[in-house]
Design a protein around this ligand. Structure first.
Ligand code: NDP
Ligand code: 8X3
Length: 259
């Protein structure tokens, strides 16, 4: 492990750290002695996660309530004088906060759900990235964006979620070009089915969410945290541009083997 691991002076900012992939990434980076700045809307969850991260070896784990879809919250967060010393040490930004809402086809889907997905997955990611960039550039850091296989292949009932993740992929690609020469790395992680709270949030029905993973072995949040941390730990001259990761039981979107 080289580059951005094992150095106590380095900070990672993770959005959407209160659950799933964000939480697993925090735990994983804690074992590598990162300082962590954990954000999400559910602050109580962040506080208990911070305790676990400290037990695992994280150097310092401040937490902040942050709704990435609220532009003024993002602006206030990045201009908080208490956080400025951390931003100046920020080497890693994990743009993980995101969600899907609904599975209805476009003729009957909710415009409100579309707005929430666009505001969170696209505008929220852009707002955080724009504010973080000067610090990341100064530190020759690394931005990891959570895309999805949905950003490459759309599916019925998933058009708008897929559009948001296609946008994440496009932004990742363009940003990599915009920062060329600064030493900054930009990575798109594109998972298939990962069992987290994602399907609960999408369907609003715990039993229906459980059924999605019935009879197959999905990826775990820890599997994706591994991919993120592996990308971060490559030497400074190696940029993992994109990682597409499916569970073995999922050959493609809609092609799931259930034993
Ligand atoms: P979870 O629902 O378990 O976690 C989502 C996280 O995002 C939570 O911590 C939630 O925190 C946070 N979040 C949601 N909306 C906001 C917001 N407006 N502001 C700040 N934080 C927010 O799902 P996953 O861990 O699976 O999802 C993480 C990322 O991975 C998402 O971008 C998702 O699209 C992507 N992904 C997930 C896949 C899967 O199958 N699970 C596959 C491919 C990609 P809180 O509610 O406390 O704000
Ligand atoms: C989540 C994966 O296939 O449910 O990004 O859209 S999928």
């Amino acid at each position: 492990m080289e580059a951005h691991t094992g150095e106590s002076s380095k900070f990672a900012l993770i959005t959407g750290a209160s659950s799933g992939i964000g939480e697993a990434t925090a735990l994983r980076l804690a074992t590598e002695k990162f300082g962590l700045l954990l954000t999400a809307r559910r602050q109580d969850r962040l506080e208990s996660l911070a305790k676990r991260c400290l037990e695992l070896g994280a150097k310092s784990v401040p937490v902040r309530k942050l709704d990435v879809s609220d532009r003024s919250q993002v602006d206030d967060f990045f201009s908080d004088p208490k956080l400025l010393p951390l931003f100046s040490k920020m080497h890693v930004l994990v743009n993980n906060a995101g969600l899907a809402k609904g599975v209805d086809k476009m003729s009957s889907a909710s415009m409100d759900d579309w707005q929430v997905m666009l505001d969170t997955n696209v505008v929220g990611l852009l707002a955080v990235t724009r504010q973080a960039l000067p610090h990341i550039i100064k530190n020759r850091g690394h931005i990891v964006n959570l895309g999805s296989v949905a950003g490459r292949w759309s599916y019925p009932g998933g058009a708008v979620y897929s559009a948001t993740k296609a946008a994440v992929r496009a932004v990742t690609e363009g940003l990599r070009m915009d920062v060329q020469g600064t030493g900054v790395r930009v990575t798109n992680i594109a998972p298939g089915m990962v069992e987290t709270e994602f399907s609960d949030v999408r369907l609003g029905d715990e039993a229906a969410a459980k059924k999605i993973y019935e009879g197959m072995t999905p990826l775990s949040a820890a599997d994706i945290a591994d991919c993120i941390c592996w990308s971060l730990s490559r030497p400074a001259h190696v940029n993992i541009q994109e990682m597409i990761v499916f569970p073995t039981d999922q050959a493609g979107i809609g092609y799931v083997h259930r034993g």
